[in-house]
Design a protein around this ligand. Structure first.
Ligand SMILES: NC(=O)c1ccc[n+]([C@@H]2O[C@H](COP(=O)([O-])OP(=O)(O)OC[C@H]3O[C@@H](n4cnc5c(N)ncnc54)[C@H](O)[C@@H]3O)[C@@H](O)[C@H]2O)c1
Length: 378
């Protein structure tokens, strides 16, 4: 893939590599992210060398096909995939050993590791700070996936000192993993991540942490909404301690704003009139609705540009296959599919399908005529 840097300064913008991935890449930290990068690069024929303070992680990553043990051979590019607080130390160690021409890292916070690297006197020219925006709640090499980064964003936050060679090698690694490199500044990255990743982690953990207030009988009432909103609560406390400690200011500021919103709502619910309470809740939900329409979809268009059609499926073999065969025969393009809802106790399930808005009514008519129970999601 060839391309050009389309952004300068701190404005986020697409970044593309000018060449193929480095032939030999060393990975420091062979956990979830390191081993996933190893798997992705191996599938592109890159030679991958693995290291970790925990020898077990290297063994697991090796057995999964993510590369082989790094015994100190020189590499073209090294990826530091350790918790944020350990990045600067590993950067300095790599440089002192003279093992890599260029280096990138994957830490979820950028400003603090950069400040630590500057303080530690690291060579900044060969290092491109970076962060792939992809992950899972479960860490460790055993959770690694070769396709973890496919169609995801890989943020590059080069410093004024970073060489063009280091930026190009980092972008080439991102592209080889199937990701889209985007360039922005470390400060801007950390401010955005406070809202898009770090605060959601805190909220999910605190929501889940309220569970002990309920006994087992009450917990049986937990629905998909609770499971969805608390998915991140399965994350690793050690790693997140390092991430949030590294982005304290922006996370603290956003936590205060969120807390103030919650307190305002609680006050109206406690002592407002019925109308005021319902109004306040409508306001909160409407703000959330409006905000989510701004999220880009995989095509870079607003998510709600699609119309969503739900279809009830009988619990019989072949229902999904026959539904999609019919939709294909009618020439309707399925843009996305939402979680397949199926209750263990119910003989029916629901699948929701995103289609272009101008074909939704026709699709509903055809589904109805074909004997399906279908509805348009508002
Ligand atoms: N988990 C995610 O969803 C996610 C997503 C994007 C980026 N990241 C970033 O990726 C990095 C790694 O996270 P992960 O999810 O792979 O965690 P992980 O716990 O699965 O892997 C981290 C590995 O680093 C090793 N390690 C720790 N200190 C080391 C050192 N000094 N030298 C060598 N190895 C060391 C650990 O033994 C562990 O195997 C972190 O900086 C994190 O912020 C994580």
């Amino acid at each position: 893939v060839t391309g050009v840097v389309v952004s300068t300064g701190s404005e986020p913008g697409a970044e593309a590599a000018a060449g193929p991935p480095p032939r030999r890449v060393g990975i420091v930290g062979s956990g979830l992210i390191g081993a996933s990068i190893g798997l992705a690069l191996r599938s592109r024929g890159v030679e991958v060398l693995l290291s970790d303070v925990d020898a077990e992680q290297v063994k697991v990553a090796e057995a999964m096909g993510a590369g082989r043990l790094w015994a100190g051979e020189p590499v073209e590019h090294a990826v530091i995939a350790v918790p944020p607080h350990a990045v600067a130390g590993e950067l300095r160690r790599l440089r002192r050993a003279g093992l890599a021409n260029t280096v990138s890292d994957v830490a979820s916070v950028k400003t603090k590791p950069i400040a630590e690297a500057v303080r530690a006197g690291c060579d900044l020219t060969s290092w491109c700070p970076a962060h792939p925006i992809a992950g899972r709640e479960r860490g460790g090499a055993a959770s690694a996936r070769a396709d973890l980064f496919v169609e995801r964003t890989w943020v590059l936050c080069p410093l004024p000192h970073t060489s063009a060679q280091a930026v190009a090698a980092t972008a080439a690694v991102a592209l080889a993993c199937g990701a889209q490199p985007i360039r922005t500044s470390a400060r801007r990255h950390d401010r955005a991540m406070a809202l898009l990743s770090h605060l959601p982690q805190v909220v999910a953990s605190l929501l889940a942490a309220a569970i002990p207030d309920l006994d087992a009988a009450d917990l049986a009432l937990a629905g998909q909404g609770f499971r969805d909103t608390t998915r991140l609560a399965d994350s690793d406390p050690g790693l997140w301690g390092s991430i949030l400690e590294g982005n304290r200011g922006p996370v603290a500021a956003r936590s205060r704003l969120l807390a103030a919103d919650l307190v305002r709502l609680a006050e109206v619910l406690e002592s407002g009139s019925a109308d005021a309470a319902a109004d306040a809740v409508r306001g909160v939900v409407a703000r959330g609705n409006a905000a989510r329409t701004r999220l880009p979809s995989k095509h870079g268009t607003p998510e709600r540009a699609w119309a969503w059609v739900g279809v009830v499926l009988a619990d019989r073999p072949g229902q999904l296959g026959s539904l999609f065969t019919s939709i294909g025969r009618w020439g309707v393009n399925v843009e996305d599919i939402a979680a397949f809802e199926h209750s263990l106790d119910s003989p029916a399930g629901i699948v929701e399908i995103a289609v272009a808005p101008d074909v939704a009514d026709d699709l509903l008519d055809r589904l109805g005529a074909g004997g399906w129970t279908a509805y348009r999601r508002s």
